[in-house]
Structure formats: structure tokens, C-alpha cells
Design a protein around this ligand. Structure first.
Ligand SMILES: [Zn+2]
Length: 238
């Protein structure tokens, strides 16, 4: 095969590999995000239960304080009793005491209900946490694999880029710019084989004269359809 063509094919092979490695690397953060989302979703029931448990405890504490305050209030009212002179004052005091007692009993009732809910929630929490931790453990190996895949891809990419730079260093400048020009216009594919008389870049038939010229491979020929540089794929062309 024509020497320059061979070099161009080698260059293109490297470029295509570099591009593929880049695409694979781009997929990794997406895969990581997917794992994060799965874990977040599996943690949600636990987080919600824990938040509710915190709310309940705060409310229970507040109710306990209010019960103590009401008890004190009742005690103070009782102390006033012996000093009362009139019936009106007496019935007002009784009414006040009754109100305070009612409020206190309501608070105590609510407190009991919330304590019950809180205790049942506390019993559920460990199972919810275990479920989430188990899932987190399951994906940690997935994360490790992704990290390794990323490191492997990066190291291969660095090597290929170095090879590319070396190849480019002693590449004939005019061919290099021609190659770059076609590759950027034709989705990275600047050199393509002709198989059974068909350009494998644009899939248009190549004139028999060109196929014949390609056979001798004395010069580099462009496809008349897509301007890509052609070479004859001898194996399938036979
Ligand atoms: Zn073509």
C-alpha cells in the first residue's frame, strides 16, 4: 500500500480510538450520578422516619413542659382558695382551675399518643437504616469498579495521545492538514476503504478507473462523492 496512506490510516485509527476513549470517560460521571440517585432514593424512607422522630421528640418535650406549667398553675390557684371571700370570686376560680385542668389533660393525652407513635417509629428505624446501608454497601463495589474503569481509560488515553503526538511530529505537513480538514468535516473519518467498488464513507459507487488506480496505489485518490481518501480493501474486493 501507498506509504502515506498507511500512515494516514494509522493516524486515523489512533484518532478514532482517542475519540472513543473520550466518550467512554464521559459516561462515567453519568453512571456515578445514577448510583447516587439510587442510594438517595433508598435512603429517603430512613431520612423521613428520622426527621419525623425528631419532630415527635421535640413536640413531646414541649408538651411535657406545658403540663408542668399547668400543674404549677393549678397549684397556685388552689393556694388562692382559702383567701376567697365572695361566691363570684369562688366560682371564677373554680372555672379557671377547671380550664387549666382540662388543658393539662388534653396535653397529657396528646403526649401519650405521640410517645406511642415515637416508640413505634424508633422500633422501625434500625430496619430502615439497615436496608439503606445494605444497598449502600452493594453499590460501593460498583463505585470501585467505575473508579478503576476511569483510571484505566485515562491511562490508555494518555498513551494514545502520546503516540498520536509522536506520529504527528514527523508527518508530512500537507497531508496532515488535508487529513485534519477532511476528518473534521466528515465526522472523524478521513480515510475509508473501497469494498466491492463502493466507497465505505459515503456508500456511493466508485468509477472502475479509480478502482484500477487504487489497485496500483501510486497516488492517494479522493472519493468523488465525499472527498475522503480511498484505499482498496483487497480482501473483500477480490
Ligand atoms: Zn465516498
Amino acid at each position: 500500500m501507498n506509504n502515506i496512506l498507511e500512515k494516514l490510516i494509522g493516524l486515523q485509527k489512533l484518532d478514532l480510538e482517542i475519540r472513543k476513549l473520550g466518550h467512554s470517560l464521559q459516561q462515567i460521571p453519568k453512571k456515578e450520578k445514577l448510583i447516587d440517585k439510587t442510594i438517595e432514593a433508598s435512603k429517603l424512607p430512613f431520612d423521613e422516619a428520622r426527621a419525623r422522630s425528631g419532630e415527635l421528640k421535640a413536640r413531646i418535650d414541649a408538651l411535657a413542659e406545658s403540663v408542668i406549667a399547668l400543674e404549677e398553675n393549678e397549684r397556685q390557684l388552689k393556694l388562692r382558695m382559702p383567701k376567697i371571700k365572695s361566691n363570684e370570686e369562688y366560682s371564677a376560680l373554680l372555672k379557671e382551675m377547671d380550664n387549666s385542668k382540662k388543658k393539662r389533660e388534653e396535653s397529657e393525652e396528646e403526649q401519650l399518643k405521640l410517645i406511642e407513635e415515637s416508640e413505634s417509629l424508633e422500633r422501625e428505624l434500625p430496619a430502615l437504616e439497615a436496608l439503606y446501608l445494605e444497598q449502600e454497601k452493594g453499590v460501593s463495589s460498583e463505585r470501585d469498579l467505575l473508579e478503576k474503569e476511569k483510571a484505566d481509560l485515562e491511562s490508555v488515553l494518555i498513551r494514545r495521545k502520546e503516540e498520536r503526538n509522536k506520529l504527528q511530529a514527523d508527518f508530512p505537513q500537507n497531508w496532515l492538514s488535508k487529513y485534519n480538514h477532511i476528518a473534521s468535516a466528515r465526522n472523524g473519518l478521513a480515510v475509508v476503504p473501497v469494498r466491492k467498488g463502493i466507497c465505505q464513507g459515503c456508500f456511493i459507487g466508485v468509477r472502475p478507473k479509480i478502482v484500477q488506480d487504487l489497485h496500483y496505489a501510486e497516488e492517494v485518490i479522493s472519493c468523488e462523492g465525499c472527498q475522503r481518501l480511498l484505499y482498496l480493501d483487497e480482501e473483500t474486493n477480490a
